[in-house]
Design a protein around this ligand. Sequence first.
Ligand code: C2E
Ligand code: CA
Ligand code: CA
Length: 569
Amino acid sequence: MARPPEHDAELLFGVISIAADAIVMIDEAQRIMLFNRSAEQAFGYAASEVLGRPLDLLLSPRFVEIHRQHVSNFGAGPATSKFMGERQCKIFGRRKDGTEFPAEATISRWKRSSEMIFTVVVRDITERERDRTTIHQLAYYDTLTGFPNRTLFRDLIRQAIVVGREAPKPLAVLLLDLDQFKEINDTLGHHRGDLLLRQVARRLKEVLRPTDAVARLGGDEFGLLLPLAAPEDATLVAQKVQHALEAPFEIEGLPINVETGIGIAIFPSHAGDPDNLLQKADVALYAAKKEGSGHAIYAPHLDPHNPRRLSLLGELRDAIRAGQLILHFQPKLHLLSGRIVGAEALVRWQHPSLGLIPPGEFISPAEQTGLIRPLTLFVLQEAARHCQRWRQAGHRITVAVNLSVRNLQDPQLPACVEGILKDAGVAPDWLELEITESGIMANVQMAIDVTAGLSRLGVGLAIDDFGIGHSSLGILKKLPVRCLKIDRSFVKEMLTSEDDASIVRSTIDLAHSLGLTVVAEGVETQEVLRKLVATGCDEAQGYYICRPMPAAAMLPWLDQASQAPPRAT
Ligand code: C2E
Ligand code: CA
Ligand code: CA
């Protein structure tokens, strides 16, 4: 902006007086010298009422000290010409009628002959703050009850888990839903259904402690988070909650009885993350309803009856056809050269309404129903197609695909793999298949036959999750395996647990003596990576190197990784 001539003070004064922002000028003693029209509107005073009076008049008395500091602690500032610096801060203004408002203030300091003056430009941000609060409210809270919604509830669980890790103490997630709520809604109308939910919410709030969190997860489903509760405590709370909801509700004069079911899952024994805890609580809830027991604690034998799992299974067949399965890839780093030498394909289900479902939720059901065959063939085709693209772009890397127990008992598998590789124009030794010890032990002879067929093709074989299964060395020697992948549970703890460190060391020695390469999984920190290098491990995979990424991101990532200098360990 061009500087107006010095003598145009009148012009400047005119501009200031009609500016849209409230502008207040004060002297060194913080007495008001100028008060423009917008300031009159913002504060409700006429200029004549405030001129010569202290600035405090316009500020919330609650924050007077802080406000004074904003003005006085200006520091030295760039003492060029008359302008001596500027700062922005949040203040609370006070109107003539005593009401207060949040504002953003830009304070600038000026030198005038021997004294200082300050201009304060005040912008009322009530609207902006209100919008922000509304957006926050809508994104994280349920409008009917004012409780946190599912998104916030998951965050709350996550936070509680982080706190809990420092001094591991259990916490309980409870899922509660009302029996026959749909009927109540249908017969009495949604309006009364809503009133009922509000009353349920009120009683829940009353019966819980302030440290417990309660959320409405949708429909008639509520979530409770009890920090630091032992399993027995969680059961007691479930009983207390059910007792509190037993007395009839009165909705517009009508007495209504509701019954509830509660499912309980405990961190860390049942699951280690919010989604899994919610899923286990859901399994328990379903069991509680089925058995009519009111509430139930999760137990692994309840899993197969999980309705979400059952309905997912029904959809999985179509999902494969509809292209809802997608691959993510996670690179493998060769430790000596610092180069990326391979990538593991990890399948996910992009579900139209449930979002991205991790493989842990659908692989084992797929195994039990035989759907694992089309699923594996799909993953193989996709992995081969991508590997071909990476190779064409000049990246000499392999692609790894996970096989399930059932795949290892499928005598057709080698022929299918051969066909897929041919169609994609992929050389057999670009592909590596990861098999688990449990997959082998399920039917040792069959596994030996199928792996022999695969090996004849020239495909590489790796033992996945090594260390947690119970395969015998004798059997391992009979399999045409090239590589062992040490399970991430040992890798993760190798800095803190001498047992785990020695398992990793002896696995590496053992593998090397059998002529196998070793991949460490689950490398999450640089320290672990360094220790692996020192122990003679060949390759590593894990979040520290790279998290699994969508297929489309792989090629750019590889391009960039190959241009960067070899990764320093
Ligand atoms: P996995 O074969 O052991 O795969 C590695 C898993 O560890 C992946 O989880 C990956 O995201 C995770 N991971 C990688 N780096 C780290 C790390 O530094 N820290 C931690 N904590 N985890 C890490 P994901 O993708 O959820 O896969 C879970 C399992 O599902 C896989 O375990 C594999 O057994 C199975 N799976 C995945 N894709 C397929 C598939 O296409 N077919 C079959 N049969 N199983 C699959
Ligand atoms: Ca694997
Ligand atoms: Ca693994």
